[in-house]
Ligand binder design. Structure first.
Ligand SMILES: [Zn+2]
Ligand SMILES: [Zn+2]
Length: 421
């Protein structure tokens, strides 16, 4: 016999009860709120051709360079597990010609994403996101709607004191001008930037602005702000967005350093932080990506989306609130063989009415059955014995306050409904 110990892969986690109930709640809230804004669910595969991600996320991003799970399949094709959701949804939008349908087309998704994070980063390698994408509306009205929808969603989940960091990173007309200014600003101080930022200087200098390394934070003080270099169209777009956010009562701060890590963003970018969490840790983030559909071979189509990081939200909810986890409505203890059969019938009937029912093992003593009911935290215990059976009645007991009584078999559904209403 070998003594291999099977373990989940590093930084990949099992999600079990009772935590799973918090996950389900968050997902249910997402579905409910997104639907009210006309977003519909799509499910795309977790694996795609690697080029789907390199093309959209950008060759020179950490995700593509270091973090993708990429492998050759048996047909020698380069396949990658999705590191985020947007690229797949855009690929699907173009492939299925969804642009021929009336605009805007609005979608949401939930599911696992994969990034090969360093073990000490504290991040999961399989992690979950809920995201939305809206295609075909140039904004800024829909930008505000999407941001407000995210706010409603997070508030309903139970996150408090949410603040939106918003920014505009311009368009192909104005960003090159800003990029030049930025290159000029950092040109004399490259030795003060971290190695990553030295690389970014040549590939994607905007990303120096969100580097978390201390000396980079220090060096970029006084750097030109992207919002000062927006073209007329981008400036109007951004100021209208801010106006809409005020109308909708969304609390925001303009954060010109918030450029987001992905190459595909244009104009609006945003991140949500919560006061319960460090300011560095966004629970959700998104932005506008007006050029991506075209990059994938579709027609020019403006688009905007966001993704919520599930693990962070769940951590926050676990630490900030007490949760009421589901438990059985009824535990049926049976004494004797006839009663054992009857307990199955009663349980079956109640389950079709939507109640969670557990059945005791009649060969065990009543005492041991009750002990199990207690361990399951069942709300009620029904006790059926041969005598009760003859009379067509059963005994009930409420575990919370030890109240008890007896009722007719015909009344039990009404009895339970009355108790739970
Ligand atoms: Zn512009
Ligand atoms: Zn840096």
């Amino acid at each position: 016999m070998s003594s291999i110990q099977y373990k989940a892969l590093k930084r990949m986690h099992d999600i079990l009860p009772p935590d799973i109930y918090i996950w389900q709640k968050v997902e249910a809230v997402g579905r409910e709120i997104f639907s009210s804004y006309g977003f519909q669910e799509v499910r795309t595969p977790v694996a795609e051709s690697t080029s789907v991600f390199t093309r959209s996320i950008g060759e020179n991003t950490d995700i593509v360079e270091k973090e993708m799970y990429t492998f050759l399949d048996k047909g020698d094709r380069s396949i990658s597990l999705r590191p985020e959701g947007t690229a797949s949804v855009v690929r699907c939008y173009v492939e299925k010609n969804l642009h021929t349908l009336p605009s805007p087309q609005k979608f949401y998704y939930t599911g696992p994403m994969f990034r090969y994070e360093r073990p000490q980063s504290g991040r999961f390698r399989q992690f979950y996101q809920i995201g939305v994408e809206a295609f075909g509306d140039p904004g800024p009205r829909i930008d505000a709607e999407v941001i407000s929808m995210l706010r409603h969603c997070l508030e309903k989940i139970g996150l408090k004191e949410i603040i939106f960091n918003v920014n505009s990173i311009g368009c192909p007309d104005c960003r090159p001008v800003y990029r030049e200014k930025l290159l000029g600003f950092f040109a004399g101080g490259l030795d003060r930037l971290c190695p990553d930022c030295n690389r970014r200087y040549h590939t994607n200098p905007l990303r120096i602005l969100d580097c978390k390394v201390d000396r980079c934070v220090e060096t970029r003080k006084g750097a030109p702000k992207v919002t000062d270099y927006l073209c007329e169209v981008c400036r109007t777009h951004f100021s209208s967005l801010l106006l809409f956010l005020e109308l909708l009562g969304v609390s925001y701060i303009v954060n010109p350093d918030m450029v987001r890590g992905l190459d595909y963003y244009t104009r609006t970018t945003f991140e949500v932080t919560s006061k319960n969490l460090g300011a560095q840790n966004a629970v959700a983030a998104g932005g506008r990506y007006d050029r991506l559909v075209k990059e994938f071979g579709g027609p020019e189509t403006p688009a905007i989306g966001f993704a919520i990081g599930m693990e962070r939200i769940i951590e926050l909810l676990k630490s900030s609130a007490s949760h009421d986890f589901p438990r059985p409505d009824v535990f049926i203890a049976a004494i004797g063989e006839l009663a054992a059969g009857e307990s199955l019938v009663v349980a079956d009937r109640l389950r079709t009415k939507g109640f969670w029912v557990e059945v005791g093992e009649a060969e065990n003593s009543l005492k041991s059955q009750l002990r199990r009911a207690d361990r399951l935290s069942s709300k009620y215990v029904f006790i059926i014995g041969d005598e009760e059976l003859k009379a067509g009645r059963l005994k009930w007991k409420k575990l919370a306050d030890s109240s008890q009584g007896d009722i007719s078999m015909f009344e039990i559904t009404d009895f339970l409904r009355l108790q739970s209403s």
